[in-house]
Ligand binder design. Sequence first.
Ligand code: HEM
Length: 384
Amino acid sequence: MDFDPHALSAREDPYPLLRELRQKHPIFYSETRDMWVVSPYAGVRAVLRDAETFASGRGTVPTGFTSQKPMLITQDPPYHDHLRRAVRSTFAPRRVQTLEAFIRGVTRELLDAIDPKEESDLVSVFSDPLPVAVVTDLLGIGFEDRDEFKRHADVIIHAAANTSEGVDEAQQWIYDYVEGVLPEREKNPGEDLVSSLLHPADEETKLTPDELLGFCSLVLIAATETTTNGLCNAVYLLHAHPELRRQLVADPSRMPGAVEEFLRLESPVHGLSRVTTRDVEFMGEKIEEGSRIHMLFAAANRDEEIFSEPDTIRPERSPNPHLAFGLGVHFCLGSSLARLELRIALQELLARFPNYDLVRERWERLESDAARGFARLPIRPDPR
Ligand code: HEM
């Protein structure tokens, strides 16, 4: 029995294979990747809930990538709790709601720039620039520096999942940039996130300069490609389900429930891992301290034990306890923002181009240990 998460992301339909794994090999050891792979919902949830036994400090992707500066996502309690306390209000739902008008404005600008009669790549004209615009605005990064930022963030994202070429330089570029703006924000704070982290209401939660750099670069990485992939995956699902698309065009208020289903069925983060801090007996296997455990969110999110008709999109599904944003101490800090961006982007896209078509022969899927999405998604916005 062997299996490689990298190859999984490139498959058009990996779900029959994931079902087979879940049912026949709920936990198994992958020789090639030297890790235990867990696919049922209950198993994945148990790993996520026990951060003491299943730690993040040695990286959360199979390659074991960690950053130079302390990043929330690869820290363990109790230090993780301290960092999380310091940043927890930055993406709180109420604060995020104030971004609605800005997100809608950027979305419409991007849609205005698309020629309805021409084929274009949705990734480069829409689903990539939108989250980058939102997150760089939040961080207070100059508009003119956006592209440079994105280029460096991409190197880190791809390094996290695949190779580590160029990653040190890219990390350093981001650190230098953020470091460069700190003195000014320290003196003249604005409305941006860096300013608010430099001037916390509670001095005890103030981050050190290294922690602040680590957090800003994590946000750049965590908030961009994930949302890009979430958007592309949703556009792909709406292409595959024209009847649902018609219903959502007629009644956009059903979009929030549909977004949850898109995240569940085509999870933008298809899997992440942990490393055991002690010998443990888990799901009937004796696992040694220091072993990597890889959780397949994409399999857990279609587990028939939890979700009735798991392969069907049901916007009214309730509850919908999918694990696309993780669970437990590392639960996605930006989930409210991601949900808002996806809802607005999809509502606006469907209002503008309800009859869009995707060009199956030319789309390219990403290949990654952690991310599921598209490198290219050619769209004909108005094919009539
Ligand atoms: C559809 C889009 C997104 C998906 C699918 C997603 C998914 C995830 C997942 C699965 C985790 C858990 C990691 C773990 O358990 O190791 C996570 C953590 C995180 N996410 Fe997201 N994310 C998305 C968007 C965002 C956005 C927009 C932001 C920021 C504005 C963000 C910031 C973070 C941060 C800071 C963490 C680390 C939290 C911690 O370790 O305490 N994410 N995300």
